[in-house]
Design a protein around this ligand. Structure first.
Ligand code: SAM
Length: 220
């Protein structure tokens, strides 16, 4: 019998069976001191981070694809940003974006401690504005902004992705609400987004039912 993993708020649930979900978290190797502190911080302060199970998928996707330039829409305290920064390695670059300056201050301190500041550009304000100003194309655009803005993120991100690049989005199963009748406004936006990414001729999409659902879309 293995130890039960901590039930942090960011784990969410409602997609896989609770005992299967527990098992997945039990299997995860411990994180370093900074990431472990961030996970506790996020849980205590109700910051909705992707958590380690999803973060490992993000890390794998970045390393498999050899990504060097990543744009993150919605970074909060920088938990997923650190995983991206570690995946891109020396010479890689990750753009952190968040509308809340307090999040950004905290993130900067974590980046210093994780020794990845050099790889991260911190931008405080509207991720949509920052991405629309970009001239270059990215290897990965990660969408984790307010869920009602997901369809807008799809429209903006596609031209900013290189051919063969990845558009990745968290929370696409939204605690399973995507499969229930009478969706609320947030769920409707996610349903619209999911249809857009599957219908797009420019993308090849899958949804991974891990934690709250992660969409992985390859741009043709
Ligand atoms: C789910 S959290 C991000 C968590 C982070 N990706 C992680 O896993 O560690 C979403 C964050 O996006 C920010 N946000 C929402 N809409 C935004 C926008 N349009 N521009 C910039 N930040 C935004 C919020 O302030 C919030 O901190």
């Amino acid at each position: 019998m293995t130890d039960q993993p901590a039930k942090h708020d960011w784990r969410m649930g409602g997609i896989t069976f609770p005992d299967v979900e527990d098992y997945i978290y039990t299997m995860l190797p411990p994180r370093d001191e900074v990431l472990a502190e961030m996970e506790a911080d996020a849980s205590k302060n109700k910051v909705p981070i992707v958590g380690p199970a999803v973060a490992r998928v993000l890390f794998q996707l970045a390393t498999i694809s050899g990504a060097k330039k990543i744009f993150e829409m919605g970074s909060a305290i920088g938990y997923s940003t650190i995983w991206w920064a570690r995946a891109v390695g020396d010479g890689g670059r990750v753009v952190y974006t968040d509308g809340d300056p307090k999040n950004a201050d905290k993130a900067r301190r974590y980046f210093e401690r994780a020794a990845v500041s050099q790889r991260i550009q911190v931008r405080v304000g509207d991720a949509f504005e920052f991405l629309s100003e970009e001239k270059e194309q990215y290897d990965i655009v990660f969408n984790d902004v307010d869920k009602t803005d997901y369809p807008r993120a799809f429209r903006l991100a596609l031209p900013r992705l290189k051919s063969g690049g990845l558009f990745i989005a968290d929370n696409v199963l939204w605690s399973g609400k995507v499969s229930k009748p009478n969706p609320d406004a947030t769920t409707k936006a996610i349903l619209e987004f999911n249809k857009l990414i599957y219908d797009s001729k420019e993308l090849f999409t899958t949804m991974l039912p891990i934690r709250d659902g992660v969409a992985v879309c390859v741009k043709r």
